[in-house]
Design a protein around this ligand. Structure first.
Ligand SMILES: Nc1ncnc2c1ncn2[C@@H]1O[C@H](COP(=O)(O)OP(=O)(O)O)[C@@H](O)[C@H]1O
Ligand SMILES: [Mg+2]
Length: 369
């Protein structure tokens, strides 16, 4: 998949920006604070979810702008397909509501995943393997979404049912039993679908990783684990999941949250070459594992969906030695996909094999070169 055009209106520090790109590598260089990550964030909002900073929509409106913000892109999903126009933003009158348009028609944000798969690595993710499970789960779900666009809808409906059940459980004595049971049916159905998609995605990704070398990027072994860290074996069956929720009403009411279910699962990673848990590896090894994971995932999506996800690699190049940087560029170039990379030095991108689209970003202004 390729973004052939990206335009931003009043998004963060970009008042009005219009960029044309081709498939292959896109290099954004400019000083700290120039607006490079903001461009990647804009692209990340062309997928379901809250984008790579998980920021509030209002924070994204340019300071001093009169209205909302708009992001527009033209996406080429395959050489034999017509380009699709994706747009998102907010209007001043409804600042809390994200508007999505696909080929000009209003659409749900979850529908974006049908047209564009986006994956990112940012400096904030360097500690993904030692952080709370929530961030890893979101990362896992983004990997899954790129392989199975229906995952966004199942996740949203599951989360909505979970919140509604939580409200009922807050006053369990007077809760409507029928409504509670129907919410648990929804939790069971969407939870089982979510879990199946995660398990299938991890199986496909693990098979892809198994065929990849340990060098120059450290290969991880991935498993889905429960909240105790124990491997999740058989997929959740909807009926069993329904019973699980029904049996835990009192426990969940007392805890003030749903204490069991697929929303508590976690992604476990082990450094394949040493057998060490990712959380205990060096920061460099952890970064290398994330990179190798994302590259294998791109191969996996290409194999199963016929097109590569767009990759957003924020400040990734600067932290690699020249050999690994060269290897990364080789992997990203010439595969028909598109990868957007940022860095403060233009020279970081000198060794990129073509075709390369280069932009200089300075104070929210973007110029070619
Ligand atoms: N809503 C906003 N309006 C105007 N500027 C913003 C807004 N949000 C963030 N910024 C500015 O954007 C700049 C950071 O841009 P960023 O893309 O992170 O820079 P970098 O090029 O280092 O990646 C900062 O100067 C920040 O103050
Ligand atoms: Mg940045």
């Amino acid at each position: 998949m390729t973004l052939t055009r990206l335009s931003l209106t009043d998004f963060r520090n970009h008042a009005g920006a219009d960029m044309a790109a081709t498939s292959g590598l896109v290099a954004l260089h400019g000083d700290n604070g120039a607006g490079k990550t903001n461009i990647l964030e804009a692209i990340s909002l062309l997928a379901p979810g809250r984008g790579l900073r998980r920021a509030a929509l209002l924070d994204m409106v340019r300071d001093g702008a009169a209205g909302g913000f708009a992001i527009f892109a033209e996406v080429q999903a395959g050489s034999d397909l017509a380009p699709v126009a994706l747009g998102t933003g907010i209007e001043a009158a409804h600042p809390g509501r994200r508007i999505v348009r696909i080929n000009g028609a209003p659409a749900a944000a979850t529908a974006l995943g049908e047209w564009l798969a986006v994956l990112w690595l940012t400096p904030a993710m360097d500690r993904l393997f030692v952080e709370t499970a929530g961030n890893r789960r979101r990362f896992l779900d983004r990997l899954v979404l790129a392989l199975d666009p229906r995952h966004a809808q199942h996740s949203n409906r599951y989360e909505a049912a979970l919140r509604a059940r939580g409200k009922l459980l807050a006053d369990l004595a007077s809760a409507d039993a029928q409504w509670l049971a129907s919410l648990e049916v929804q939790l069971a159905e969407h939870g089982a679908a979510m879990d199946a998609a995660r398990q299938q995605a991890l199986a496909a990704l693990s098979a892809e990783l198994a065929g990849q070398p340990d060098a120059p990027f450290a290969r991880p072994l991935l498993t889905l684990v429960d909240s105790e860290g124990a491997p999740r074996e058989a997929p959740y069956d909807a009926e069993a999941l329904k019973m699980l929720f029904a049996s835990r009403r009192r426990i969940d009411a007392a805890a003030g949250r749903a204490t069991a279910g697929p929303h508590r699962d976690d992604l476990n990673a082990v450094h394949a070459a040493t057998g060490r848990s990712a959380a205990r590896c060096s920061t460099g090894e952890q970064k290398a594992m994330l990179l190798s994971l994302v590259l294998a995932h791109s191969d996996c999506v290409a194999r199963l969906r016929g097109a590569r996800p767009v990759l957003l690699l924020d400040e990734v190049a600067a932290h690699l030695d020249p050999l690994r940087r060269g290897a990364l560029y080789e992997r990203l170039a010439g595969q028909g996909g598109q990868a957007w990379l940022t860095g403060t030095e233009a020279a970081l991108f000198d060794a990129m094999p073509g075709p390369v689209t280069r932009f200089h970003v300075a104070g929210g202004r973007i110029s070619a070169g």
